[in-house]
Design a protein around this ligand. Structure first.
Ligand SMILES: [Zn+2]
Length: 568
């Protein structure tokens, strides 16, 4: 049922843009006039596989940032780019962009203590509270900081929703709920209101990283998210895993603009804390599902001290380029991205310690190189320029792409689109292709046209509630306003029954995802990946030749950013 609703929303969005309105006139390419088909016919399955063999070899040690694996990977990507005829992508004439990272291991210096007058309560580190700081500093703390319950911690103008309502949270500690508001439909309370926060699908506002960013923007000293397994999508153990070393970017201000303390409360700890304030957690949680919610000062004060151990790593994004052919449009860019990093050397599983990351993401990088080759050889050359960005530290929180988005080598307003590849289809050809976050931008229309040349159709993400649109590198482009496309393997495999897709996907998640066994398998069939790569090429090629830049669809949460950027 939920799926039906989602599909309706997507159809509605598609209908809105296939009518006679503006978006419909966006130039979905003319594949017949483009050389796309000829050029992509050169996408070479063996070349992709050979590159995966190199990148996922034990010699590359799982490609962790700051290790010998990084040195080898970066060198390989530069050498391959040169061999394939790609130009240096950095305007300084090199193939790299430096990405300074800091690894911070936090520890509790003083426990989380909450007071109400003379009453005092201490919460247990790791069991009840998980906290850290992203500030590059030896210590960080909150001291007698007023605690305010700020609902979902969301300010979403397109939904006319603001959980802060102008309440000053500067220097205070906000406690917020996980995920985005799951507002029941007025007509049928067993369903979600699809006009708010995309119904069941997760929006950016549901990501915990958003809540920390929003809190920092408003000057909060502390931001604590209440963990609940259902809406979070994972148990508290996953949150506890954040207590090890964490990598981050280093801003000029040493990240002092971030909240001093970010963290999570267990559900039990939160209920206990609300009870201490004389409030009922479940009742307030219910209130927070309304647009009329106003923040609730809990009459409590929080103190917590953190101590950091730090190390810095000079990591690198690799960037290559094919110059556009049009005198005016060559200063505009389509950026393909794919993360080169993986987890490195990890605790052994069956005696194997190297997380080779063959699928995640040697396969994406190998495929993007092949798309690069197709562009280098394309005739005629695309009008706009094409960038191939191989980013670092995706596995540490999308850091390489965040660094690029915050320090772009080319103006973002001249960056027309991002197309991201993270993992490719290794199970053979499909009749469809999954679009993560389908309906987000005009790029879907380009993809639909491209797919039609292969008699294939598009499919929405079957797990949209997990927020995959916010979990790979294209998201950092979306966040700064650049329309971004991210696809996943289709679900209808040629010659296979309907269950095949889910079986394979579940097998991969259970057995190989982020494990040393993510290696090249004897049963891999990259014929589907080759077809997908041709589509990715065509989308980029046609966007690069189009009269107009692609746009976010009306109502999308990133559209306002883009509009503001283009007005400048
Ligand atoms: Zn990945």
């Amino acid at each position: 049922m939920k799926r039906t609703l989602l599909t309706l929303v997507i159809c509605a969005a598609a209908a809105a843009c296939s009518g006679s309105d503006e978006a419909a006139q966006a130039p979905p390419a003319q594949p017949a006039a483009s050389p796309g088909a000829q050029v992509t016919a050169n996408i070479d399955q063996n070349a992709i596989l050979e590159r995966i063999k190199v990148l996922a070899s034990d010699e590359y040690e799982g490609r962790a940032p700051g290790t010998k694996g990084e040195d080898l990977t970066v060198k390989y990507l530069i050498d391959e780019s040169k061999t394939l005829g790609l130009q240096p992508g950095n305007p300084d004439g090199t193939y790299v962009q430096k990405v300074p990272l800091v690894g911070i291991t936090g520890a509790e210096a003083r426990p989380l203590t909450v007071t109400k007058g003379t009453q005092k309560k201490t919460y247990k580190w790791a069991d009840e509270v998980v906290a850290w700081t992203r500030r590059v500093a030896e210590t960080a703390s909150i001291e007698d900081s007023d605690i305010i319950f700020a609902g979902y911690g969301v300010e979403a103008p397109e939904y006319n929703w603001n959980d802060f309502k102008g309440v000053d949270v500067k220097g205070k500690t906000i406690v917020v709920l996980v995920n985005d508001p799951q507002v029941p439909s007025a007509a049928d309370s067993s369903q979600l209101d699809d006009t708010l926060f995309n119904g069941k699908a997760m929006t950016y506002y549901g990501r915990w990283t958003y809540k920390y960013e929003k809190g920092a923007e408003l000057g909060a000293a502390g931001v604590l998210v209440v963990h609940e397994t259902g809406p979070a999508g994972y148990p508290f153990e996953v949150v506890q895993g954040f207590l090890g070393e964490r990598f981050g970017l280093i801003a000029d201000d040493k990240n002092m603009s971030k909240a001093a303390v970010e963290g999570w409360l267990s559900l039990d700890a939160a209920k206990d804390l609300f009870a201490m304030a004389g409030q009922d957690f479940d009742a307030l949680k219910k209130q927070a599902l309304s647009r009329d919610f106003t923040p609730v000062p809990l009459g409590l004060k929080a103190s917590l001290g953190l101590r950091n151990t730090m190390r810095t790593i000079d990591s690198q994004n690799v960037i290559a380029k094919v110059d556009g052919s049009d005198a005016r449009l060559k200063d505009e860019y389509v950026i393909y991205s794919s993360h080169w990093d993986h987890l490195g050397v990890v605790p052994p599983v069956d005696g194997d310690r190297i997380a080779n990351g063959a699928l995640d993401n040697a396969s994406g990088v190998a495929t993007l190189l092949e798309i690069g080759r197709a562009f280098a050889q394309a005739q005629p050359k695309p009008k706009r320029s094409i960038l191939f960005l191989f980013v670092t530290a995706e596995e540490q929180g999308l850091l390489g792409s965040a660094h690029y988005a915050e320090n772009p080598l080319y103006p973002l307003e001249k960056t027309v689109a991002n197309i991201n590849i993270d993992g490719v289809n290794q199970w053979g050809r499909t009749n469809d292709l999954t679009v993560v976050g389908m309906g987000a931008s005009d790029l879907d229309d380009y993809l639909r046209d491209a797919a039609a040349t292969q008699n294939r159709t598009l499919n929405p993400d079957p797990e949209s509630e997990k927020g995959f649109y916010y979990r790979s590198d294209h998201f950092n482009f979306a966040k700064v306003g650049v329309p971004a496309l991210y696809t996943d393997t289709g679900t209808k495999f040629v010659g296979k029954d309907d269950a095949f897709s889910k079986t394979k996907r579940d097998e991969y998640t259970a057995n190989d995802y982020h494990k040393p066994s993510d290696e090249i398998k004897a049963d891999w069939d990259l014929s589907g990946a080759v077809e997908d790569a041709k589509l990715m090429f065509l989308v980029g090629y046609n966007v690069a030749n189009a009269d107009r830049m692609p746009e976010w669809k009306p109502g999308n949460e990133f559209r306002a950013k883009r509009d503001a950027m283009m007005k400048k």
